[in-house]
Design a protein around this ligand. Structure first.
Ligand code: NAD
Length: 330
């Protein structure tokens, strides 16, 4: 059986990445869309053979409850709107996939989890890296420690976005800012690479282009302290390109660089071992893994309980950057 997926929000990620990736999956098919822009509808219907009865807008999406041709609702709208539409999706009784970062606040994340629990539906967060095979090797090494105990790590993700056109990514209410958009990758990586939860964080935020970043962070640096003593030095930026995870261990090191690009993740270790498994589409793998968890009723790889942990720390990072002091996470 293939699961029938409905995309909510037909912006860049849905149209350029997710819809094509759905065509590459084994266990999913794109059967529905929710959009607030009627002019997009004919093109999507034609390209993906979507019947009129599976086309909704944000006001009618609750009617998906009565549509047997949709099994999963995938939320791909600006981050500040994830909670609103993920809750609406859960209340239709369909399974929910929600893009990263899970939501703006810990309270919003909790409300998504509660809605999914109440409606007895599965919830997956779109952290594609945790479905990627080289990343999965690094995740396993948190336990098996082939290079000895981890002493410290560095996780950095940034792009220079140039002078962007008006976008929700510069709007604080809608969940913009480098930390929400990109910073959750180094943060999630620091957690999955160590297999631990941080006990404190200290952060700084800076911008070189205050005329563009009027209300959100252009660059955030944050240092996490873990119970075993590991220190994670993390950076994220919408003004500078950086793409590396580097793990410093007692008996060697390993690195993934780039560690989060769609086009592929590659790495190597101090003994010459290469991390170079190739998959054609991280998103197709992610959606197939999440579909199989629904079909077989098994746990999902990235549940809401993982997404909410990051957002709790993101809130602490903004608090630390504002106060200039370390924030205790215990
Ligand atoms: P985008 O701006 O290209 O698209 C956002 C869509 O939401 C647009 O179609 C827009 O019309 C719609 N929308 C609905 N209500 C809106 C409102 N009030 N204001 C603005 N837009 C509204 O953004 P995107 O890059 O497609 O990102 C969408 C989501 O996907 C975000 O949560 C982002 O973090 C996530 N994303 C994830 C990845 C990944 O690799 N996992 C990559 C890119 C984006």
């Amino acid at each position: 059986k293939k699961l029938n997926v409905c995309l909510v929000g037909l912006g860049n990620y849905s149209s350029v990445i997710l819809a094509p990736a759905l065509q590459m999956t084994k266990h999913c098919q794109l059967t529905g869309i929710v959009t607030g822009t009627p002019s997009k509808i004919p093109k999507w219907q034609k390209k993906y053979n979507i019947p009129d009865k599976n086309v909704y807008n944000y006001d009618t999406m609750r009617l998906i409850a009565n549509n047997p041709d949709i099994d999963v609702i995938y939320i791909v709208v600006p981050t500040g709107l994830h909670a609103k539409y993920a809750i609406e999706a859960a209340n239709t009784g369909k399974h929910v996939w929600c893009e990263k970062p899970m939501a703006k606040t810990e309270a919003e994340c909790k409300s998504i989890i509660d809605a999914c629990t109440k409606n007895k539906v599965k919830l997956s967060i779109g952290y594609r890296m945790q479905h990627e095979p080289n990343t999965q090797t690094v995740i396993k090494w948190a336990n098996s420690k082939p290079y000895g105990k981890i002493k410290s790590l560095r996780a950095e993700l940034g792009y220079n976005v140039g002078k962007p056109a008006k976008t929700w990514r510069l709007d604080s209410d809608l969940g913009g800012g480098a930390m929400y958009d990109l910073g959750v990758y180094p943060l999630n990586a620091a957690r999955y690479t160590t297999g631990e939860e941080p006990i404190s964080v200290i952060a700084q935020q800076m911008t070189t282009r205050p005329e563009i970043f009027t209300e959100t962070d252009e660059t955030t640096h944050f240092t996490l302290e873990f119970p075993s003593g590991v220190i994670a030095h993390c950076k994220t930026s919408l003004g500078k390109s950086m793409h590396e995870l580097y793990v410093n261990c007692e008996n060697g090191w390993y690195t993934l660089a780039p560690f989060s690009m769609y086009t592929g993740v590659k790495g190597k270790a101090s003994d010459g071992k290469l991390l170079n498994q190739y998959i054609e589409s991280q998103q197709a793998k992610q959606m197939d893994d999440d579909a199989l968890a629904i079909i077989n009723n098994t746990p999902v790889i990235v549940p809401g309980e993982d997404g909410i942990k990051d957002i709790r720390i993101v809130e602490a990072i903004y608090k630390s950057a504002k106060s200039g002091t370390k924030v205790n996470l215990l």
